[in-house]
Design a protein. Structure first.
Length: 310
């Protein structure tokens, strides 16, 4: 049993214990059903107002939609789509190095091409001298280095690039290069320009010496890189007459038909002594080949080379 301690007043008498404090009263909910119903109706009105505002915004957006495409507009849109302009890639760091990663679709489409090479192609850092990296015969060769005496540094050797000794060493990797670009830009006009250049190069190869065609190709290829970086692929389909005049036109291949004609004329020279007669095999007169039956050593007609005496 708990003892109670009584306090004394100033005269020493025990003070009367104060009454225990009353327990706190519970709040009484004074909201009536009518008030609750009013609050619900107010919330419903606010919700309806908000719905009306959303519907008005939706109708406003719908009203600003473009009208159905007319035939003329469709033609203009198709012409714009056919343009060879492709937006450039924004993926170059402050020091000029590419920070772009090739999309998975490109890497899966060209599994035999290294990712770094794909990046160089679609960011237009890929040079004409780099085409050997797309050649299945040369791409796996180890990188060679040469020492530059002027800078006292080792630099990447372009020995593989100097191995472009025939048209196929360029045409085969160039086809892969164009395939990667065409798949990336997905632009019909740009793709047509790529194949136009391939046909142009084949025609030059057929008519002119390869070393001259390669010099033209290298300069032409590298000039297109800056244009493609700005989104313009159209110049692949246009030849450069100035470059052709400087590097190609003075190096036409000899005409094979003229060479054959000259050879045939030499072989059918009627003044040449009959070889078979000099070998003792042609004894008919006149000679079936129209050649004189004379000694090929002295030119006399009374004996052949077999009968010639020094």
């Amino acid at each position: 049993m708990t003892s109670r301690v009584l306090s004394r007043d100033s005269s020493g008498r025990f003070a009367r214990a104060s009454a225990s404090p009353a327990p706190p009263s519970m709040p009484i909910d004074s909201t009536s059903p009518a008030d609750e119903l009013g609050a619900l109706r107010e919330s419903q009105n606010q919700l309806s107002t908000r719905m009306e505002q959303l519907l008005l915004q939706f109708e406003s957006l719908t009203a600003h939609r473009p009208s159905p495409t007319t035939p003329a507009a469709a033609t203009a849109a198709a012409a714009q789509q056919a343009s060879t302009f492709v937006p450039p890639i924004a993926g170059v760091g402050a020091n000029g190095a590419s920070t772009f990663t090739p999309p998975l679709s490109l890497r899966s489409r060209f599994p035999d091409v290294k990712a770094a090479v794909i990046v160089a192609i679609i960011t237009h850092e890929f040079k004409a001298a780099d085409l050997h990296k797309l050649d299945p015969m040369n791409r796996d060769k180890e990188t060679a280095y040469t020492f530059n005496g002027s800078t006292n540094q080792f630099e990447v050797s372009h020995r593989a690039a100097r191995e472009y000794k025939n048209p196929f060493s360029i045409l085969i990797p160039l086809t892969t290069y164009f395939k990667v670009l065409a798949f990336h830009v997905n632009n019909n006009a740009a793709t047509d320009a790529f194949w136009d250049y391939s046909a142009h190069l084949l025609k030059l190869v057929a008519e002119y010496e390869w070393h001259a065609v390669y010099a033209y190709h290298s300069i032409f290829f590298n000039r297109r890189r800056a244009e493609m970086a700005a989104g313009d692929y159209s110049r692949w389909g246009q030849s450069e007459n100035g470059l052709l005049a400087e590097h190609v036109y003075g190096h036409r291949k000899p005409n094979p038909s003229k060479q054959a004609k000259n050879t045939a004329t030499t072989r059918s020279n009627p003044a040449e002594a009959c070889r078979k007669f000099n070998d003792g095999k042609c004894l008919n007169m006149p000679c079936p080949w129209g050649r004189p039956h004379t000694c090929s050593s002295c030119g006399k007609s009374d004996h052949s080379k077999l009968q010639h005496k020094d």
